[in-house]
Design a protein around this ligand. Structure first.
Ligand SMILES: Cc1ncc(COP(=O)(O)O)c(C=O)c1O
Length: 234
């Protein structure tokens, strides 16, 4: 939730099989790997500007990035009903146009983005300190920076923690309670009896703490003290 996976490894596997790599950078926008920005690590980078994301607008939005000019032109056409020039449609497309008002909001926010990334980093480090020895906190891969789109901890009794925190007035969210392979639409691709134990365990233990660049130290201290009180109850 805020850092890039190992793209050297992913791109190498894809190259061996002649596959294009599309990065889903909805949660990692603003993060880097070996100095390379998220969205610039493979053939296509994609991100979301949904309000809860690191670079959020006030409604729905997103963007695709590529260094391939021909592909960029094709993607622009898909975005706009397959249209190349007005009233000329060489391909089938859809309406994926980014709303002008949302674009204006992002343009106004953009000059502050690096500051917000720095604030997220600072707050992430502070959560690490406050929760040291209390619960499992997010690790950062070597060579990566982390934007903590979510600050997600792991705890066996996370449902009980969520209820406890709610009583204390601290909102905590569960992303995601169901794994991809547990979604009805993917059932035809899951063999009978097939399990994904690592994902399934994580989906039962993860819980995300309040995290945004404007979180105050007092708020953060309160959140951490609620987690600590829960873990140390009895
Ligand atoms: C990793 C990831 N990809 C894609 C999306 C979808 O983004 P959008 O709702 O803007 O399509 C999300 C939303 O939570 C996400 O977390």
């Amino acid at each position: 939730f805020g850092q890039m996976p190992d793209f050297a490894a992913i791109n190498a596997i894809a190259a061996r099989h002649g596959l294009p790599v599309i990065e889903d950078a909805a949660q990692s926008f603003g993060a880097t790997q070996e100095g390379r920005r998220s969205c610039a690590a493979s053939l296509i980078g994609s991100t979301s500007f949904f309000p809860a994301k690191p670079f959020g607008c006030f409604g729905d939005g997103g963007a695709l990035f590529t260094n391939d000019d021909a592909l960029a032109e094709k993607m622009s056409m898909v975005r706009n009903h397959g249209c190349k020039v007005r009233h000329d449609h060489p391909m089938i497309g859809l309406n994926g146009r980014f709303d002008t008002l949302q674009a204006a909001i992002l343009l106004a926010k953009f000059p502050y983005f690096e500051e917000e990334v720095a604030a997220r980093h600072r707050l992430g480090q502070r959560y690490h300190q406050l929760l040291d020895g209390v619960c499992a906190t997010p690790a950062t891969l070597e060579g990566n920076t982390h934007v903590y789109a979510q600050y997600t901890i792991r705890l066996k009794e996370r449902d009980a923690l969520q209820a406890w925190a709610q009583r204390e007035g601290v909102p905590m969210a569960i992303y995601y309670p169901k794994c991809v392979h547990e979604q009805p639409i993917y059932q035809p691709y899951v063999s009978p009896g097939q399990t994904f134990p690592v994902s399934e365990k994580a989906s039962k233990e993860v819980i995300s703490l309040p995290m945004h660049p404007f979180l105050t130290e007092e708020e953060q201290t309160k959140v951490a003290s609620v987690v600590r009180a829960f873990v140390e109850r009895d």
